[in-house]
Design a protein around this ligand. Structure first.
Ligand code: WTA
Length: 635
């Protein structure tokens, strides 16, 4: 038997060594023992980072939905696969069993087929967090159509760009969506986008909010009547392991979005194996990831990873602040959540509202807590540990990317001792390297550099849709024979990794590579500070100096700003050193963020440098209104 479920640190090291000594043999064993293949592979792995070309399980045949649904029917048919918690706490939660999921996926897959969708066609999914969203991904996968989910918070322009980039023929959307007290006119956004998308000939519309919308004759159809007529059975299309499963756009902070292409076999194996271990998933657990399926986290750790393990996965339609800031904890209590996976930005937002919202709820069902998406600052880590986990649930700080498909650096709970702000150790099979600016690997511990990966893992994205050259330039050209992550990291004395932020954001002061995260971390330690972002700006004398944008807590808003500036710099001096002191500190009410919660430092950098003639693409900003305010008050 392979080590599918790692239970202690010794075992982690033993399995890790095995996985890097002979990766092919290791992954072959995992793939063979834990998944359903129509035909086994001819070759486990072939790769060439120079081309770049990576193939896992070549020649194997499978359908991922048979792994996520069909094979559970005999043993877990009546188990809840998807537990849907609606926006309105008074609306009843839905328990969709594996048997029901099977029928719903087949019905939608049949509707797609009836509308001319074939293997390899691209389908755009623009839906809120309702069960139809997960069902749509699976229905596409069932017939071999390539899904491209666009987060339903994106604008019509962003949607149109993504639809056109991958030539989607069909769009699945809804009349609208609920978001706290508000409703959003999704279909209106789709209509606007489609004015610029001549390739889309069908729009299937889910009725979620019962609103009056306009339906374009010959193009738009309500989905429910079509489902009512569709058959509940359908033979899954047999796919090659290397056939594309989905495209997912990642915007990053600059440039046009990149359509990362993930293929079927390797992605399935890696997302399932990481899910099992990183969340120490057991049969009766109720697992909840608060991400939206519009992001990679939702693809891998709401849909594919959990379902491939026969898990119960929660989908939450609403927002953490509705009807009040205790909603997350209300849901944890109500459904007896065992694993809870969220983003640092959500933790900070909830911490700001105070612990009284937490204390009302019984969180004793929780066993493992997770974070993803950006570095978690020390204060937020402790708040999470103290108030949510009650120091009794290990926190897995999981580092990974849309491009990596699955979690890459992470503690394994109950095995790896955690350390605040550290993602800790590479996951099984992952071979990280830290590189210096000259392209040399930095060996040994207690060092920092640019984070690369030396060897392929099964769920690495295979290309950028329609632009293989850009894939090569972005990830495989900076360092020879390495995948470059774009992140900076440091490695401590025991080999734990701490991600320090995007390398583009790194600021060189006095020849030191300062990641943004450690400095922001220090600033956030100040009791009056809620959140901060730092950037570099040109300085006559020093060449480069640091500019800080700081959001104060309500309790700190009345403090003297000059005193606060001194205190903040004092903390930085103590924690990092005087080289990291900020030249300017601007207090602000908001920071420009992408819709996945990442600070857009590019904009802050331009403002600090007084170079605001062209701020670049701001269409993916969550809160564009704060930009003007920051510009008006620049120092
Ligand atoms: C950042 C999200 C620090 C990092 C799965 C990465 C993190 C980018 C962490 C990918 C973490 C993600 N600690 N930084 N635990 N997780 N990041 O594509 O900069 O939305 O490169 O994928 O987020 O973001 P993406």
């Amino acid at each position: 038997m392979s080590n599918y479920h790692i239970k202690h640190l010794e075992e982690y090291y033993q399995v890790y060594r095995k996985s890097v000594r002979n990766p092919e043999a290791f992954w072959e064993e995992i793939a063979e023992e834990h998944f359903l293949w129509r035909k086994k592979w001819d070759n486990v792995l072939s790769w060439d980072f120079k081309k770049p070309e990576i193939k896992w399980f070549e020649g194997a045949k499978l359908n991922i939905t048979e792994n996520c649904i069909d094979r559970h029917l005999a043993t877990r048919g009546d188990k809840t696969a998807i537990l849907f918690e609606p926006n309105d706490p008074n609306e009843e939660a839905q328990h969709i069993t594996y048997k029901e999921l099977y029928k719903r996926v087949n019905k939608l897959a049949n509707v797609l087929k009836d509308n001319g969708i074939k293997k390899g066609d691209r389908v755009c999914i623009y839906l809120p967090m309702i069960p139809e969203l997960a069902v749509s991904l699976l229905a596409c996968a069932r017939i071999g159509a390539i899904h491209s989910v666009v987060f339903a918070g994106f604008s019509s322009t962003a949607l149109a760009t993504r639809i056109n980039d991958s030539d989607c023929k069909l769009v699945i959307t809804s009349d609208g969506s609920y978001r706290g007290k508000k409703t959003i006119d999704l279909k209106g956004i789709v209509d606007e986008a489609l004015d610029d998308c001549s390739g889309v000939n069908t729009v299937l519309v889910v009725n979620r909010i019962n609103s009056e919308i306009s339906m374009k004759e010959g193009r738009d159809q309500w989905l429910q009547p079509l489902l009512d007529k569709a058959s509940e059975s359908l033979t899954a299309t047999v796919m090659d392991a290397e056939d594309p499963l989905f495209i997912l756009y990642t915007s990053g902070s600059t440039g046009t979005p990149k359509g990362m292409v993930h293929t079927t076999g390797g992605y399935m194996v890696y997302s399932a194996y990481t899910f099992k271990n990183v969340f120490q998933y057991k049969e009766d657990d109720i697992y909840w990831c608060t991400a939206d399926i519009g992001w990679i986290t939702g693809h891998s750790y709401i849909v594919y990873g959990p379902l491939a393990n026969g898990a119960t996965t929660v989908m939450f339609e609403g927002v953490p602040s509705y009807p009040d800031y205790g909603r997350f904890w209300d849901i944890v209590e109500k459904h007896k959540i065992t694993q809870f996976y969220t983003a640092p930005t959500a933790i900070r937002a909830l911490a700001k509202e105070g612990v009284e919202h937490v204390e009302k709820h019984d969180l004793s069902s929780l066993k493992v807590l997770g974070t993803v998406g950006e570095p978690i600052n020390e204060e937020a880590w402790h708040w999470y540990d103290d108030n949510i986990g009650k120091k009794n649930s290990p926190i897995v700080d999981t580092w990974w990317q849309t491009e990596t498909g699955g979690i890459m650096i992470t503690p394994i709970p109950f095995s790896t001792p955690t350390k605040p702000t550290y993602a800790t150790l590479p996951f099984i099979g992952i071979q990280p390297a830290l590189m210096d600016e000259k392209g040399k690997e930095i060996k040994g511990n207690q060092t920092d550099g640019r984070l690369c990966i030396k060897f392929p893992w099964p769920s690495i994205a295979r290309t950028i849709w329609g632009n293989h050259q850009r894939y090569k330039d972005t990830y495989f050209s900076a360092y020879e024979n390495m995948y470059f992550t774009g992140d900076g990291a440091l490695r401590d004395e025991v080999g734990y990794y701490r991600i320090t932020g995007r390398v583009d954001d790194v600021i060189i002061v006095s020849g030191h590579n300062l990641g943004t995260a450690p400095i922001e971390d220090a600033i956030n330690e100040h009791p009056a500070v809620s959140e901060s972002a730092i950037v570099g700006f040109p300085h006559d004398v020093k060449g480069n100096a640091l500019y800080g944008y700081v959001i104060l807590k309500e309790t700190g808003e009345s403090r003297n700003h000059d005193n606060l500036r001194k205190e903040i710099n004092q903390i930085i001096t103590e924690q990092i050193g005087p080289i990291a002191k900020l030249d300017k500190i601007q207090f602000t009410n908001g920071l420009p963020k992408t819709r996945s919660g990442k600070i857009m430092r590019r904009i802050l950098r331009k403002i600090a440098s007084k170079d605001t003639s062209n701020l670049g693409d701001t269409s993916t900003l969550l809160n564009p209104e704060c930009v003007q305010d920051i510009m008006d008050n620049v120092l």
